[in-house]
Design a protein. Structure first.
Length: 348
């Protein structure tokens, strides 16, 4: 019995069908995630000490309704909800970039020292120099960028290996957190308590002054990251293969790394280091879309959903409010342990 070799036309047609199926599934998943994010956003706006019906929320958002409802929705709840949304989008996409670019599931900004750099910058700025507001946010961003630059430089050996960068990042994170601990022990009790709340990752008291810089940064960095991510499929094949395909490997890798660091920096400046969101979002998105590569848009939407849901739980699940970082840590810490066990088994 002879087997017929498929023709080139058959191969092309099969490949086209696979791509169309993949794109259709990605569209369905993104639409479902966007609907869940919208539902979480509406729930967060509606529910609180005073429950407000959705028609009244719509009226307040469009300039109608009574003054009390307008104040609660527009001045109190909406800035917090938008901050949670943008922080989740930024961290989710950044996590997808780091893990795909470095080909390591542990390559998350809160593991490899980026968030620790932001924390060190913010704590030193507020406890030693008394900075607040925009100056504090700037210090947090500067800390993240400086830490990322130092880690990247230390990991450089005629290129950057994902495993080497992760190991150096873990060491850098330990060193930077020792700076944070030293600053905390030298501070007054009340100042240390305020710094500790920021270090946990909190959306309490967020106002429009937090939203606008975050929105401006996200409006630039999210599209820039998606544009730079066009190089990811080639980079995932390895440096030699990517160079053979005409990629400028180091330039493209550095552009992606810079965009991801920028996303982490603006998110951390707005809400503090909300741990484990970047670590969780991308693996969940890739599970929903197997074989679709980085899945950056689904990762961003998953990150937004995680932060919105975690902040809602932090506000209403117990008699007292918790910082959102407490809830994400409760979810993320077991996942990190499972991931470490899985990576260790694969390595063995």
């Amino acid at each position: 019995m002879t087997t017929q070799t498929p023709s080139l036309a058959d191969v092309i047609a099969a490949n086209t069908r696979v791509r169309r199926t993949g794109r259709a599934r990605e569209t369905v998943v993104c639409t479902a995630l966007a609907a869940l994010v919208l539902a979480a956003l509406c729930t967060a706006l509606a529910y609180g000490d005073m429950t407000i019906p959705l028609p009244d929320i719509a009226a307040a958002l469009t300039g109608g309704g009574d003054g009390g409802t307008h104040f609660i929705i527009v001045e109190l709840r909406l800035p917090r909800v938008l901050t949670a949304l943008l922080v989740g989008l930024a961290l989710g996409m950044a996590g997808g970039v780091f893990q795909t670019l470095l080909r390591n599931p542990l390559a998350s900004p809160d593991v490899i020292g980026i968030s620790a750099g932001s924390s060190a910058g913010a704590v030193v700025a507020t406890l030693w120099f008394g900075l607040t507001g925009y100056a504090l946010s700037t210090a947090a961003m500067a800390g993240a960028l400086l830490a990322a630059g130092g880690i990247y430089a230390l990991a450089w050996r005629r290129g950057v290996s994902g495993h080497r960068l992760v190991l150096i990042g873990i060491g850098a994170a330990a060193g930077l957190m020792s700076v944070v601990s030293y600053a905390m022990t030298r501070a007054e009790v009340t100042e240390a308590q305020e710094a500790l709340q920021w270090l946990t990752g909190s959306l309490n008291g967020r106002t429009w002054s937090h939203v606008w810089p975050l929105l401006a940064g996200a409006a630039v960095l999210l599209p820039a990251t998606l544009a730079a991510a066009r190089a990811l499929p080639a980079l995932q094949l390895g440096d030699d293969t990517a160079k053979g395909l005409g990629s400028r490997v180091e330039r493209e890798r550095l552009a992606l790394f810079g965009c991801a660091v920028g996303l982490v920096a603006i998110a951390t400046a707005a809400a503090g280091p909300v741990d484990f969101v970047a670590l969780l979002a991308a693996p969940i998105a890739r599970r929903l879309l197997p074989g679709r590569g980085a899945a950056l848009v689904p990762s961003a939407l998953t990150g937004a959903l995680i932060v919105l849901a975690a902040d809602f739980a932090a506000q209403h699940a117990a008699a007292v409010q918790f910082p959102v970082g407490v809830v994400t840590a409760l979810i993320g810490a077991p996942f990190l342990l499972w991931l470490l066990t899985r990576v260790n088994r694969q390595a063995g």
